[in-house]
Design a protein around this ligand. Sequence first.
Ligand SMILES: [Zn+2]
Length: 284
Amino acid sequence: MRWFCIVAMLSVWAGGAIAETIPLPRPRPPEIGGPAAPDEPEPAADNKKSEPPPLSACFVRLKELAVIKQLPNINQAGGCIAGDVVQLEAVIMPDNSKVAIEPAETARCEMAAAVADWIRDELAAAVAAKLGSPLRAVENYDSFTCRGRNNIAGALLSEHGKANALDIRSFKLVNGTSAQPTDPNVMKEFRDGMRKSACERFKTVLGPGSDGYHEDHIHVDLAERRNDYRICQWEVRQPIYRVLPSPHIVSETAPSHVAPASLPVSPVVAVVEEKSRRAPPRRL
Ligand SMILES: [Zn+2]
């Protein structure tokens, strides 16, 4: 009996030891109903891609002066590369009113800041003083576009392709009117002042009379050149006065298809029309 008990105890111990060494079945993979695997950390490189670039000193300053959004860096085929890119939606004036950029400008922060400073420090006040109503919006004709100069294929990369330029088409006023800085009939004193301040603040300014591509908008950019060389080409034209026939002169007998010899076409108008025929307006 004693031996039986010892043999029985030994066989129980041995059986347990054998059971411990038998491998357990492998867990079923999650795709066939097994428990879900714990989340694995993303590779470091992927994490870096999804993180926005760190805020620059320019962005931090501009955020106080304007309504802006941070955009991803630009890196497109054709050499269009830019970092620290923002979308400038509006400039906040010292009285907390806003001047919109319509549509919003996409530019390097430094370029957007130059535009915002210009509007805050000079343009808005000049518009209100000279054009008779506060500035509501600046019409953006073009900001970032990955293209060659003047939209010519194969030409040197435009500053627009570096998010470093803005084309201004018009100013929209609070009273519902708008004024184009290229319009000879907009107050010349205002256009003279705008030209002067633009050429002080930007590295390139192109307008009417520059190259035939800027008859209907003003181009400004911050292109870096050797020895800080700047280009300021904007011929601020004299107002065009059109002489209307006097209502007191009534010629009932003259045939309607013959132009009266006493009313020649204004030479200024003729020059402008001739230029625009030779070179249709495009953008730098
Ligand atoms: Zn341009």
